[in-house]
Design a protein around this ligand. Sequence first.
Ligand code: HGY
Ligand code: MN
Ligand code: MN
Length: 425
Amino acid sequence: MVHAQNVRVRTTELVAIDERRLLRRLNELSQRGAAPEGGITRLLYTPAWVSAMELASGWMKDAGLLVRRDAVGNVWGRVEGSRGGRAIVSGSHVDTVRCGGALDGALGVVAAVEAVTSLVAAFGRPTRILECVAICEEEGSRFATNLWGARAIADRLEPDEAARVRDGDGVTLAEAMRGVGLDPARAAQAVRRDIDAFVELHVEQGPVLDERGERLGVVRVVAGTAHLEVTVRGEPDHAGAAAMERRHDALLGASAMVLAVAEAAREAGPPAVATVGTISVEPSQVNVVPGLARFTVDARHSEERARAELVAEITRRCKVVARERDLAVEVRALRDRPAVTLSERVGDVLRRACLAAGVTPRDMTSGAGHDAQILSVAASAAMLFVPSIGGRSHRGDEATAAEDVVLGTRVLATALRELAYEAPR
Ligand code: HGY
Ligand code: MN
Ligand code: MN
């Protein structure tokens, strides 16, 4: 159990952590879901995910925290504060993209556990409730939805979402929940209305810090993300008998649209980005002209009006291509995650902690989406970035220098100390 003494905590020096334990645990976690084809694939409610969650809850128990699994599978480690009140929380997501890296999400989970563990060991009981959380899912890698864990905490689940969304094998989210002992009917009970601040340590996943030789960033804005599904209908035809000029080839049309999507983002200029990450054709047979093609678009911008214009322009260009090629096209919105401005108050706590480390942090915009983006509706949310070497992420060779992993964790712990160990009045 946590000791009850209140240590006077006024210093601004950087909190010490167990660096070897931190790096060892990151490595242990990376073994959960190591994919034979390289990288890490840790998908929601799969055995690799269960194993990772058991690892994280074991670490929290070893620290003497109160550990519980909520109604969607987020795992919380809590130490009660001497003054109670709203909680100070740190964490990130446990799941990964397919063949992803060892740090996206995982760093924020392991660092939060290390920070809380080290704070309690050094300073005893905090004045505020202090929690670390391993969030169950953020990426949308298995099911046709994403940010499931954070949206459950923030009371942003869609009606009957668990019964409706399926994975590639047709398994519903609800069935998968039952498979790991969760009751989908209780998913809404994961909501938290008592969080004051949420702080997430995350790798930048872009090249800005690394290229400038800088070590820490504080995120001001997380870009908004629109996911679209574009369905192109033409006519299947015989690959040998149908003359080229007679065809209504859905895949040729979709291919022209895919190029148009990238052109629209390029012409909009940074930070606009648009990505076609999936495409499928029907009947998908070597000797049949595709009658149908379907692809997804991920379109992002840090300003909401500009993002709406980007989505509108992408839609317009797809319709122009369809008209020119005598095809039918349908553009359907799959999900929309608005851009958010994170908490200035908690961001300043992070900035002070960076200065305690002798580092002036760069103010940044995150092109990547994050749990903090969702949790910013339920708490004052802030994010700290450490460099991604070469800006690489969402790939097996994602990497951050060990000394930056350690620095980021110590700065996180220092910020949590200011938030949770208020100097006695
Ligand atoms: O898509 C994203 O930005 C996040 O990695 N899920
Ligand atoms: Mn990611
Ligand atoms: Mn992430």
